[in-house]
Design a protein around this ligand. Structure first.
Ligand SMILES: Nc1ncnc2c1ncn2[C@@H]1O[C@H](COP(=O)(O)OP(=O)(O)OP(=O)(O)O)[C@@H](O)[C@H]1O
Length: 255
């Protein structure tokens, strides 16, 4: 299983956002971080792969075309916006998204799946709370549960840790890592926390100027030159004691 993108381009009206993206094939089990400045096109790429945004070129998951078609059973997309506060209980909110894509599952298997996801993410205490009464971070965790419970082959997560405290950020990325390894699915994660991405991703795709500024392991992708081009910052990259690259951004450069 793998994800192949070839000459992928997206434009809004006459305004091109991404032009001719052809990253190296992404094999099963990978966790790939999608980095880049605000407006670089991270959400646009994820939406295109989720079939929610018109795109040209080719994108294939296990050889099957992805573009132009929503495939919620194979592709799990977590949008950047947090789930709405609704009168539903958290458990019901997850059940309703599972039912929408897998009406064939028995009540017992649906329950089993939801419990497994809540256990994995440590969310049991939230199950019977109303969505409207959850904090932003708690709602983000339920949003992620709604995606994971469907057990998609491809996870497209748009800033899944943006509302989370430190522990939950780690818990989410650890969970995504272990799920991708265990089920041989793969994850593409748009994320602004470069050091979190460097710690958990096998590979980084860094977007800028409508294309790829880097497509490599965190150690190879994160250089002061690439960071200057991607974010217009002066930065140092130093290895931490655990061997991961750490980015220390010193100042914003004039643009
Ligand atoms: N619906 C739309 N119509 C027109 N232009 C859009 C639309 N959505 C996004 N854009 C533009 O496309 C570009 C890429 O936006 P996108 O949301 O993909 O960036 P991003 O990398 O996810 O940014 P951020 O880090 O701020 O979330 C931006 O210039 C944005 O203004």
């Amino acid at each position: 299983m793998s994800l192949h993108l070839k000459d992928l381009s997206v434009q809004y009206g006459r305004h091109p956002v991404l032009t001719g993206l052809s990253p190296a094939p992404i094999p099963a089990g990978s966790v790939v971080g999608l980095l880049g400045a605000n407006g670089a096109g991270k959400s646009t790429l994820l939406r295109a792969l989720a079939g929610l945004q018109a795109a040209s070129g080719d994108a294939r998951l296990d050889g099957e075309p992805l573009l132009g078609r929503g495939q919620p059973d194979r592709v799990g997309y977590l949008p950047q916006s947090l789930p709405q506060g609704s009168p539903l209980l958290a458990y019901e909110a997850v059940l309703s998204t599972l039912r929408a894509t897998r009406p064939d599952l028995s009540a017992a298997s649906a329950e089993q799946r939801i419990e497994a996801v809540f256990d994995r993410l440590g969310l049991r205490d939230l199950a019977l709370r109303k969505m409207a009464q959850l904090s932003g971070g708690q709602r983000q965790m339920i949003g992620l549960s709604q995606v994971l419970v469907r057990q998609p082959r491809l996870l497209l997560l748009d800033e899944p840790t943006s509302a989370l405290d430190l522990r939950w950020q780690l818990a989410v990325l650890q969970t995504v890592r272990s799920l991708t390894a265990g089920r041989s699915c793969l994850a593409l994660i748009a994320i602004h926390d470069i050091n979190l991405a460097a710690r958990f991703c096998d590979r980084l795709l860094i977007l800028g100027n409508g294309g790829l500024l880097a497509d490599a392991t965190p150690t190879d992708a994160l250089t002061p030159e690439v960071l200057a081009r991607a974010y217009a910052v002066e930065a140092r990259v130093e290895p931490c004691s655990a061997g991961f690259p750490v980015v220390l951004a010193d100042r914003a450069l004039p643009v």
